[in-house]
Design a binder for this molecule. Structure first.
Ligand SMILES: NC(=O)C1=CN([C@@H]2O[C@H](COP(=O)(O)OP(=O)(O)OC[C@H]3O[C@@H](n4cnc5c(N)ncnc54)[C@H](OP(=O)(O)O)[C@@H]3O)[C@@H](O)[C@H]2O)C=CC1
Ligand SMILES: O=C(O)C1=N[C@H](C(=O)O)C[C@H](O)C1
Length: 254
């Protein structure tokens, strides 16, 4: 039986992960971590990971960037692989995640859906062909409860484009105080927040008299939850420290 601990268990994604794990054989949630210790399921919920004295094979994290450091302290101390799905990390927090990967197996992805991970590959190919002639703009839309902007996915897609461009791209999040033509080396990233939008990401390659748009729409949170649970099953078997992402999980299914 795969024993999973769930960080952020009382949030939107926490509830969906609980539903997905409950419907699968061979795995169970043995503990939850959350600043809200509202007991809604049959596993115990702790405000701090270190209060949990039981055993788990892997931790799934959909919480808040502020909780990452403490969670990594726990994972390092117990040698527990971790699947970090939380977004909105600062540069220092990203450094902490990278440092942890020298000691334990760490998975991190701004988006757990199969579709976005395929889209990243399509973007690399597109940017390699179009990148030096077309302006790249990213538009992301999410619900009005989301804390971070731009989304982790938008940054991940920008990184995919940037990796295939023949120049060092500058990410631009806000143009409202600028009075100048758009420089060619930018990737514009715009965030829209409203209602209950689950998640929408469009990448536009804007050229002379034509636009190529590659777009992904998440219609439910299940697409993220299924990817996260698959990643947890994969990570529970990683015995070596290192950084892993959805590409590793997808490759393991081939
Ligand atoms: N990689 C991916 O595919 C996806 C990533 N995400 C990311 O996952 C994260 C969670 O999303 P979502 O479930 O919608 O958010 P929610 O706010 O609904 O859930 C987060 C939960 O964590 C709790 N929390 C907040 N701060 C802390 C803390 N310091 N320590 C422990 N728990 C804390 C929240 O409590 P409270 O409500 O009191 O703040 C809440 O219960 C976000 O960063 C989001 O961007 C979301 C979907 C997909
Ligand atoms: O907060 C969310 O809801 C989501 N967050 C992730 C992100 O920041 O990209 C993934 C998904 O788009 C939903």
């Amino acid at each position: 039986m795969l024993k999973i601990a769930l960080s952020g268990c009382c949030g939107r994604m926490g509830h969906v992960i609980n539903d997905i794990v409950s419907g699968r054989e061979g795995m169970e949630i043995v503990a939850g971590f959350d600043i809200n210790t509202v007991q809604y399921a049959d596993f115990p919920i702790f405000a701090d990971p270190f209060e949990f004295t039981g055993e788990c094979d892997v931790i799934i994290d959909f919480s808040n960037a502020a909780s990452t450091e403490r969670l990594l302290d726990y994972c390092e101390q117990h040698g527990t692989p971790v699947v970090i799905c939380t977004t909105g990390h600062s540069a220092a927090q990203l450094d902490r995640i990278r440092a942890a990967s020298a000691k334990i197996a760490v998975f991190r992805s701004g988006n757990m859906s199969l579709g976005i991970n395929l889209m990243s590959e399509l973007l690399k190919q597109s940017a390699a062909v179009l990148g030096d002639k077309y302006d790249v703009e990213i538009i992301e839309k999410h619900h009005n409860q989301k804390l971070d902007a731009p989304s982790g996915t938008a940054l991940m897609l920008a990184d995919a484009v940037a990796s295939a461009l023949p120049y060092d791209a500058e990410y631009v999040y806000d143009r409202h105080e600028r009075r100048e033509k758009r420089p060619a080396h930018e990737i514009g990233i715009s965030a829209i927040r409203g209602g209950t939008i689950v998640g929408e990401h469009s990448v536009l390659f804007c050229g002379r008299d034509e636009i190529i748009e590659i777009k992904h729409t998440a219609l439910s949170r299940e697409v993220f939850a299924v990817g996260a649970v698959d990643a947890a099953a994969f990570m529970a078997e990683r015995t070596q420290p290192g950084m892993y992402d959805m590409g590793d999980v997808i490759a393991s299914h081939k």
